[in-house]
Design a binder for this molecule. Sequence first.
Ligand SMILES: NC(=O)c1ccc[n+]([C@@H]2O[C@H](COP(=O)([O-])OP(=O)(O)OC[C@H]3O[C@@H](n4cnc5c(N)ncnc54)[C@H](O)[C@@H]3O)[C@@H](O)[C@H]2O)c1
Length: 243
Amino acid sequence: MRGIQGKRVLITGAAGGIGRATAQRFFDEGARLLLCDVRALADTSLAALFPERMDYVVGDISTEAGLSAVEAAFGDAGVDVLVNNAGITRDKSSLKMTNDDWDRVIAVNLTAVFRLSQLVARKMKERGRGGVILNAASVVAHTGNFGQANYAATKAGLIGLTKTMARELGRAGIRVNAVAPGFIDTPMARAVPEAHIAGLCERTPLARLGKPEDIAAAYCFLASDDAAFITGTCLNVDGGLVI
Ligand SMILES: NC(=O)c1ccc[n+]([C@@H]2O[C@H](COP(=O)([O-])OP(=O)(O)OC[C@H]3O[C@@H](n4cnc5c(N)ncnc54)[C@H](O)[C@@H]3O)[C@@H](O)[C@H]2O)c1
């Protein structure tokens, strides 16, 4: 895709299903990667790419220490593209959800995204070369989902954050967009009971779960110059699930 070659791309949650595919896709398009996850790189097939065009930070982006480690890694050079992909679930019906379930999901899925975007966008503005910020929303932001009050609230919150930062940063040439995956075949989705997954496939016009590569392609497109006039949008990549 146009304009990815040589770009500095920071991806959070890079050891997970979608993060790994996204890192691979940007790497294949010629980007220089800065990856971050609470899990070590040794867990993943990405280890094979290291250290060519890649740095890896083990850190929790919901903590000051984790954010500082990532900030130190991108340093004065900053990044051209930030993919806020890291996310967690702590599912329980609303009446059973504990304060800790609520707080932890808000901290990782929403507050950490805001904090990291703020750090990255300040640097992008200072450098004066624009940039792209991409956020991992979800179709449940539009539909809600049983047992996911905390998660759905963060994903809906990310869409509001995306639109707001797009308005605020557009003049600086910084585009901000979200991707809302449907059910994607990763460990996160496989935590859902098998019968529920079968039902989802039935209700999906394209009749399958998504692949991590489907989401990686959307991120790559939105980061590319082919999406130069797209900002403040949330792109559903869900096989038509929420039509
Ligand atoms: N899989 C799906 O069906 C689906 C659907 C909609 C949205 N999403 C979103 O896409 C993103 C990726 O999902 P996935 O399915 O690849 O999940 P995953 O669990 O496979 O990967 C998430 C990664 O984030 C990392 N992570 C978690 N907390 C972190 C923290 N505090 N700091 C740094 N890293 C952290 C995890 O270690 C993990 O490697 C998430 O934001 C998720 O909410 C996924």
